[in-house]
Ligand binder design. Structure first.
Ligand code: SF4
Ligand code: SF4
Ligand code: SF4
Length: 263
């Protein structure tokens, strides 16, 4: 079902823009906003807690539902405790994997050098923690006073912009095959459509793979190709010793299958 982009936009405005994927939408807040507009329950944003679930229920004229629980305690504003990531810098090996994983570009550092989290920008989304090969990233409670409503909106707008800039950059990296790619491929088409309608957001272009780029094959196809090549080699060897009509036909069939799989 297609939902009006203006409704998706209104829903997205209420979401925290942490881009953590805890709502079940790996690519962040916008895909969840779209899915809510199409009928999904609006109580699944974990960092938003009850206030976001309630605000969405009012916007959509739906019944209020209990918000998805967080592992962190609830703060005075009804949302879960804000957290920040901290890198134990003396243990960091400078692999840069966390940089690629951070949706809002809150980590700085370059290859083989120690990395640091820019605490003000960190949302505590935890996405940098699993890719770290030496497990040197901790989460600590945010010690800052809770933001006012105006501060929260400014923060969300900033996070949204940072995420869109991140998507654009990561897409380029992905197609250019430079540096570690930690997150799975993002569905950029939705973000491109959305960013084109909002002057405040960096424009996202859907990157296309260079024409001469090798076609990426899934592991099943790769195994299938290897099997076919082995069978073909075996038949060719046998046929070089003695001609056999049945084996010749089999070889032709396998060669055709190989060509079809290679595209
Ligand atoms: S902040 Fe909420 S809506 Fe955004 S990705 Fe996280 S759980 Fe989903
Ligand atoms: S530094 Fe880690 S926890 Fe903080 S926003 Fe980036 S990925 Fe999330
Ligand atoms: S992923 Fe871990 S080891 Fe690698 S740069 Fe980041 S903090 Fe350092």
């Amino acid at each position: 079902m297609n939902s009006p982009i203006s409704l998706v936009q209104s829903i997205d405005t209420l979401l925290p823009q942490t881009q953590c994927g805890l709502c079940g939408h790996r690519d962040g807040c916008l895909p969840y906003a779209q899915s809510i507009a199409e009928g999904e329950d609006a109580n699944k944003c974990v960092p938003g807690g009850q206030p976001v679930a309630d605000a969405l229920a009012v916007l959509l004229n739906r019944s209020k539902l209990p918000a998805e629980e967080s592992v962190w305690p609830v703060q005075a504003d009804g949302r879960p405790q804000r957290m920040k990531a901290v890198i134990r810098e003396d243990e960091c090996i400078g692999c840069t994997k966390c940089i690629s994983a951070c949706p809002v570009d809150a980590i700085i550092g370059s290859g083989k050098l120690m990395h640091t989290v820019l605490t003000d920008l960190c949302t505590g989304c935890e996405l940098c923690i699993p890719p770290c090969p030496v497990d040197c990233i901790d989460l600590v409670e945010d010690q800052q006073p809770l933001p006012t409503e105006a501060q929260r909106i400014a923060e969300q707008d900033d996070l949204r912009q940072r995420y869109y800039a991140h998507i654009q950059r990561e897409e380029k990296r992905r197609t250019d095959r430079k540096g570690p790619v930690v997150r799975a491929e993002i569905d950029t088409a939705l973000f491109a459509r959305f960013s084109a309608l909002n002057e405040q957001l960096p424009v996202i272009e859907v990157a296309s793979k260079p024409e001469n780029a090798p076609v990426s094959l899934d592991s099943k196809t790769t195994i299938e190709l290897a099997k076919l090549r082995t069978q073909i080699k075996k038949l060719e060897k046998q046929l070089s010793v003695r001609e056999d009509a049945r084996k010749r036909a089999q070889l032709e069939e396998l060669t055709q299958q190989l060509q079809a799989l290679q595209g």
